[in-house]
Design a protein around this ligand. Structure first.
Ligand SMILES: [Ca+2]
Ligand SMILES: [Ca+2]
Length: 172
């Protein structure tokens, strides 16, 4: 059992092997400003929650994890859990890094090419998944590409360091 993980600045895209095995998804980070709460499991609605949600692997299909807890330039550990004699058991672990802040074209650089790829985007012609890497603002990403996303890219290459967004995930 394994999965493919794609990353942007503000999302993780998880594609899980098709199977009937019951699976729960856990996403954690040791870095301070990401995932400070106990909400480290992914629910049926693809939002973070505080307890594991198990369903057959084939029902997960492709999972998009986004929102305030997914920050740029941050390390995450993604785990697959299953049930063995009713006890949770980790069966897959992978560490991933999100893209640097403003790197929307995924080349590990922040420059005018990112701005160009953003402004020439014909959002109406692209499906939701293709748009995901470009949707980096606001804090709760909104599946829309507009001036707030463009301002983030301009701000990112006015600084040498990919500055993280200042949003912090709220705990319930
Ligand atoms: Ca780039
Ligand atoms: Ca947006």
């Amino acid at each position: 059992m394994s999965m493919d993980i794609l990353t942007g600045s503000r999302h993780l895209e998880l594609t899980i092997d098709q199977s009937n095995v019951p699976i729960a998804l856990r996403v954690t980070s040791n870095e301070l400003d990401a995932l400070p709460c106990d909400n480290v499991f992914i629910g049926a609605d693809q939002q973070f929650q505080d307890s594991p949600y198990f369903q057959s692997a084939h029902l997960w299909t492709s999972v998009i994890v986004s929102g305030p807890a997914i920050q740029p330039d941050t390390s995450y550990t993604v785990e697959l859990w299953t049930l063995s004699n009713s006890q949770p058991q980790t069966i897959f672990t992978q560490q991933v890094f999100t893209n640097r802040w403003g790197d929307v074209n995924d080349d590990d650089r922040i420059n005018a090419r990112d701005l160009y790829s953003l402004v020439q985007l014909d959002a109406s012609a692209w499906d939701e998944k293709t748009l995901l890497p470009f949707d980096i603002a606001p804090c709760q990403t909104d599946r829309m590409i507009d001036a707030s996303d463009i301002m983030v890219v301009i701000g990112a290459f006015s600084s040498d360091v990919g500055t993280r967004e200042s949003c912090v995930p709220s705990c319930p």
